[in-house]
Design a protein around this ligand. Sequence first.
Ligand code: SAH
Length: 351
Amino acid sequence: MIDKLEMIPDLRSMYIEELQQVMVEMGEKPFKARQLFDWLHNKRIESYDEMTNLSKGLREKLARDYPLMSPEVVEIQESKLDGTKKFLFRLTDGNVIESVWMKYRHGNSVCISSQAGCRMGCRFCASTIGGLIRSLSASEMLEQIYEICRITQERVSNVVVMGTGEPLDNYDNLLRFIRLISDENGMNLSQRNITVSTCGIVPKMYELAEEKLQITLALSLHAPNDEKRKELMPIAFKYSLKEVLDACRKYFEKTGRRITFEYALVGGKNDSEEDAKQLATQIQNINCHVNLIPVNPVKERDYVKSEKKVMENFKNKLEKYRINVTIRREIGSDIDGACGQLRIKYIDKPE
Ligand code: SAH
């Protein structure tokens, strides 16, 4: 299935220069590539029929040789509390993925998936329960956003790659996605408004630091030492906390972009004062911001949220060490809010 999909050329994942080559191969003038790119990524149409400045013959050839494949919306859940919307998409090979649309005072944000499933195995995360099925193409990442724009008819100002999957485990497609969505001839989203979250695949973090991008790197830390991190995240057996934090320092040094640390507070596991103190000493000399997230209980796992007071204490302790810290507002808690929950529910009992 995967091989077959990869054999179908995917125009929406191509850079303008690559489209130029396709045009030349089809006996067309290279400038047509810009028009095509504009239709695909700026006007974001769904069918070649709408590309009125391309000849009918070219449109027919494109439709035959390069079918446009868009994920199809299967379900939309809307939170009655805050208007957060969760979208379940079916990809052309039948796999399902989810994305979340969030309204904030400073603009709308979309959280996208980078893979169908995930092989990182974090203990508290629903996305990893069925393992990795496959990585998404750049166009499958783009289309989550484009389709949400078509449906909501609203602008998107922030994109976070924090849905299902480990983006740095799908590195090449992720890079293509970032370059395409920030292309001035396309959606032209500022890279400063893109956040990529990783569980900490150290060699890829170093590679990313060299790409000359302006995106924010978010590191899922979740523990103040290796021992506790190993209990929550199998990746910690591969890379030590020191190695991960060194990679974060390098990322800042190379890009000037402040690191975001994500820390899911799990009741009784990583939320003591001692944990906060240890965390503070580990990250004190890194230019960073800490995002505390009350762990979202997943039915398949037995973790519980920290109490409100415990969270406040944890935050205060970090602040004593002059660390920038916020407790992430819980949104969409009345829908299947946690990473991968809607998808898992759908896979459990499809239709
Ligand atoms: N694989 C990447 C991105 C996807 S997960 C990563 O690990 O960062 C996005 C964020 O949600 C991560 O910080 C992840 O640890 C967190 N997360 C996953 N399940 C969660 C849950 N049940 N409660 C709170 N945060 C969760």
